[in-house]
Structure formats: structure tokens, C-alpha cells
Design a protein around this ligand. Structure first.
Ligand SMILES: [Zn+2]
Length: 212
């Protein structure tokens, strides 16, 4: 007689600012599932082409194969019956239907793990993350390190141009910042950068007068 383990299904949300290690944490959980011989499928939004098309790559170069899909509906149609664990990275870039898709999959007994930015570059909640965090069983909020003071940071500071809500990739355009050093207005951002550049300049050595 075949043994079918009871799987309750669940939704895990990993969120935080840029450079908080969301992708690493997602990949870590997916790798553990693989080690446990569970069937894993991984998805990411098709617009995320910053690294490889079929690989999910974290900033520290952990990688796992992922299917790039354009809509949340595509995820639902591509999940195999035998799949136990589903990972979704950059989930904030999917349409609002992603909430229902995650719920449906979890209701089918699958373990759904999603990772995404919880705030945009102005520090506003990034839809559909608030909804996912509300309906999920487990929420892990990761903190980065403030690039100004080194304190724990949960905001993504945009440091160069562009109008997109959060532009993709390009670690050179964003920094993690704490509440105190987060500055959503661009003029002020440039001032802060200049101040920091000045502060980083090595101080002039005072030369001691040579005693006679
Ligand atoms: Zn700070």
C-alpha cells in the first residue's frame, strides 16, 4: 500500500529591503527541501533578466534553476501535481493575482515560499507584499546593514535617477539604509552622498612641531 503523507500546506513570506539576504534565505530553504528529496519548483518574474534567464541567483552567487513566467496565472498552470515545495522570488513584481495563486497552492497542500521587497524606494508598502504577509502562516522579515552608520536597515535607498517604483537589479543604484538615514527625496539623497564622501576623506595630519 502506498504511503501518502499528510501535507497541511502553508505560505511562507520572506521580506525585507535590498541587500537583506532574501534570495539567499529562499534558496537555503529550497536547497534543504531538495536534500529531503522533495520535489521543488521555482519561479521568478520574466522581467527579472538581470542575471540568468533560467537561474535564480542571489547577490552572493547562490544559484538554483528557476522558471521565468510573465503572470501569476502561469505559475498555477505550470505547477506539477507531485511538486511539494514552490519557491517564488521577486514576488513583488507579480500581478495582484499572485495572492490567490499562493493561497490556492497552499490549500492544495503545497509549501509555498515567496521572497520579495516589502517597501518601494520611497518607503511605502510594496503591493502585493502586505496581502501576502497577511494571509501567510510564516513571515520572516530580514534586515540589511545601513550603508551610512552600520545599524540594522530595512529601507532601500535609491541613489541614482530613474522613475520606476523599484528598478531591477543594479546594486550600484541602491543602498540599504536605516530609518534615520533613509531619505526618499532625491536632492537630499545627493546631499547625503556628498556629506558621506567628505566624511570618508582622510583627515589632515597635524604635524607636531619638532622640539628644539
Ligand atoms: Zn543609518
Amino acid at each position: 500500500m502506498a504511503f501518502f503523507p499528510h501535507r497541511p500546506g502553508s505560505l511562507e513570506v520572506i521580506c525585507g529591503s535590498m541587500f537583506s539576504g532574501k534570495s539567499e534565505e529562499l534558496i537555503r530553504r529550497l536547497r534543504l527541501a531538495r536534500i529531503a528529496h522533495q520535489r521543488v519548483q521555482v519561479f521568478k518574474p520574466a522581467i527579472d533578466t538581470r542575471y540568468a534567464d533560467e537561474e535564480l541567483v542571489s547577490h552572493s552567487d547562490f544559484r538554483i534553476t528557476a522558471r521565468a513566467v510573465a503572470t501569476s496565472g502561469e505559475i498555477l498552470s505550470q505547477v506539477h501535481d507531485l511538486t511539494v515545495v514552490i519557491g517564488i522570488d521577486e514576488v513583488q513584481f507579480f500581478d495582484a493575482g499572485i495572492v490567490e495563486v499562493c493561497n490556492k497552492l497552499a490549500n492544495q497542500g503545497k509549501r509555498v515560499i515567496v521572497a520579495g521587497l516589502d517597501q518601494d524606494y520611497r518607503g511605502r508598502p510594496f503591493p502585493p507584499m502586505p496581502e501576502l504577509m497577511a494571509v501567510g502562516e510564516y513571515v520572516t522579515k530580514l534586515l540589511a546593514v545601513c550603508s551610512v552608520c552600520g545599524d540594522p536597515a530595512n529601507r532601500s535607498q535609491r541613489i541614482k535617477g530613474g522613475d520606476a517604483v523599484v528598478e531591477l537589479g543594479a546594486s550600484d543604484r541602491y543602498e540599504a539604509r536605516c530609518r534615520r538615514h533613509f531619505e526618499p527625496e532625491e536632492d537630499r539623497q545627493m546631499e547625503l552622498l556628498n556629506e558621506r564622501a567628505l566624511a570618508l576623506r582622510p583627515p589632515k595630519r597635524k604635524t607636531k612641531p619638532i622640539p628644539e
